[in-house]
Design a protein around this ligand. Structure first.
Ligand SMILES: NC(=O)c1ccc[n+]([C@@H]2O[C@H](COP(=O)([O-])OP(=O)(O)OC[C@H]3O[C@@H](n4cnc5c(N)ncnc54)[C@H](OP(=O)(O)O)[C@@H]3O)[C@@H](O)[C@H]2O)c1
Length: 322
């Protein structure tokens, strides 16, 4: 099959279209003929060599896809060759076919075309699992940094569905408009004094923060929390080491958590995927959540897709179509 491979870590140009052996589904696995593969920020880090695949995972980049079942491994029920599906992957998405544990495969949401569906699962699984973890609730205030990215575009809409007041940060007027159009109650530039704008808006701080920046924002994020506030860090775009003022957490009963979806055991991923299908897919089907705008590239143009994501110009999601 054709797949994107990387000989040496480096810039987008190291992504090469190659001929590689077809994956073979083992017991408990499904083989998916890929229709669209989502491009995620983590893929850029894998390409430059700082985010290796977990043990046992495919070395091919790509954390999610949509497609059709091409073969059913032993001990798998409920799927037939040709069924449309979407899959959460530990790797292997930038290819014509990928083998994946059956628990990480679900039907696409009703009424969503199969290409668009290829970019929905990774962000939904990340946001829903973290919202569950910190118990984001109706009536709370929720801040997402990077509201116009893949994660942010979904997080804004999902938090609104839960009944939260939503604040988003973004880097340009166009992206701030995008956050507002998705339902953000306040959209504020991360190039300005976002802490002050958020303090003014809430009066008491933010209940839950979903953070992509890590170290760079740790101090400002913990200062922005309301009493009993929860900061959950899912990205380290601003580094991994910083000083944490524990007194600030203690006096206001706040918590800081960090999570990663990719390295979770298969059973945890299966439970998260099932929860997304139960809770989020009906929201897409009913039009209560909209898929982020998409930019589509052919598989052979994976390098262009990475350049586009790196440029900061893209709004929403990027998809590769084998
Ligand atoms: N832990 C997990 O399980 C998990 C899973 C998925 C993703 N993630 C992480 O979540 C983050 C978003 O992923 P994605 O796929 O949505 O990537 P993406 O579409 O490339 O979005 C990246 C976002 O970072 C924002 N950003 C850049 N500089 C910023 C700053 N100084 N302050 C605040 N925001 C800033 C960008 O905002 P502008 O575009 O407005 O400049 C953009 O919205 C990444 O860090 C990724 O690694 C983690």
């Amino acid at each position: 099959m054709r797949a994107i491979t990387v000989d040496q870590p480096g810039g987008p140009e190291v992504l090469q279209l190659d001929e590689v052996a077809d994956p073979v589904p083992g017991p408990g696995e499904l083989l998916v003929e890929v229709v669209a593969a989502g491009v995620n920020r983590a893929d850029l880090q894998q390409r430059i060599g700082v985010y290796p695949p977990p043990p046992g995972a495919s070395g091919i980049i790509g954390l999610e896809c949509s497609g059709r079942i091409a073969a059913v491994g032993g001990e798998v029920d409920g799927w037939q060759v040709g069924d449309p599906c979407v899959a959460l992957l530990a790797g292997g998405g930038y290819a014509e076919r990928v083998a994946v544990p059956a628990g990480q495969v679900v039907r696409p949401p009703d009424g969503i075309d199969l290409v668009t569906a290829g970019g929905l699962l990774e962000v939904a699984a990340t946001v829903v699992s973290n919202a569950d973890l910190v118990g984001l609730d109706d009536g709370e205030t929720f801040l997402v940094h990077g509201g116009a990215g893949g994660i942010g575009s979904f997080a804004i809409q999902y938090a609104k569905q839960l009944g939260a007041t939503v604040i988003a940060t973004a880097g340009s007027p166009k992206k701030l408009d995008h956050c507002r159009a998705l339902g953000a109650d306040l959209a504020v530039s991360y190039r300005d004094d976002w802490s002050a704008a958020i303090a003014d808006f809430t009066g008491r701080g933010v209940d839950v923060i979903l953070d992509n920046m890590g170290a760079k924002y740790l101090d400002a994020n913990t200062a922005a929390l309301a009493p009993d506030g929860r900061l959950v860090i899912i990205g380290l775009q601003g580094g991994s080491r910083a000083e944490l003022d524990l007194g600030r957490l203690l006096s206001r009963r706040c918590s800081v958590t960090a999570t990663s979806l990719r390295g979770r055991p298969v059973e945890q991923k299966a439970a998260i995927v099932a929860r997304v299908a139960d809770t989020v897919w009906p929201m897409y089907a009913a039009g209560r959540i909209r898929a982020a705008p998409e930019t589509r590239f052919g598989l052979a143009d994976a390098a262009q897709a990475h350049s586009r994501l790196e440029s900061g110009e893209n709004v929403g999601k990027i998809l590769l179509l084998p």
